[in-house]
Write a protein that binds this ligand. Structure first.
Ligand code: CU
Length: 144
């Protein structure tokens, strides 16, 4: 019975991984950013294929991708969207499913209850909409 349960878990895990195998992510970060590494591991465990690049000037990266006023420690590009900071996978999935006409989403700063930072308290982390390039994070995309 326990063995069967494990098989089921394995099957579900690989199905999730397969479903997102095509979801390629490019993540820009400073060299030596350990919470960035923790977030990359989190994305990989959720099945994303992550290409991490060290950037000398993260300010320029944020300016280019529209998250300059909602800054965190790393900036991702995924399916034409910008995802800034320690954003939960649930929010990224919602973004990719709904495909809203926005620049992207952000968790500004590095709040403790976000993936790769600390213990998550589901449903409490505000994720903000980047309405236009480098707009202020004033509208919540949702709480995750
Ligand atoms: Cu961080």
């Amino acid at each position: 019975m326990l063995f069967k349960k494990h098989l089921l878990v394995l099957a579900l895990a690989s199905a999730t991984a397969l479903a997102q195998a095509g979801t390629a992510v490019t993540l820009y970060k400073n060299a030596g950013c350990s919470c960035c590494e923790a977030y990359i591991a989190y994305l990989k465990s959720a099945g994303f294929s992550v290409k991490a690049e060290n950037a000398a000037d993260m300010g320029a990266i944020r300016q280019r991708y529209g998250s300059a006023n909602a800054a965190s420690c790393h900036t991702m590009r995924i399916a034409g969207y910008t995802v800034e900071g320690h954003v939960p996978v649930a929010a990224i999935k919602q973004l990719l499913q709904k495909k809203p006409a926005i620049v992207g989403i952000s968790v500004p700063g590095m709040p403790m209850n976000s993936p790769g930072m600390g213990e998550e308290k589901p449903g409490t982390l505000p994720v903000y909409t980047l309405k236009t390039a480098n707009s202020q994070p004033t509208t919540e995309f949702g709480r995750f």
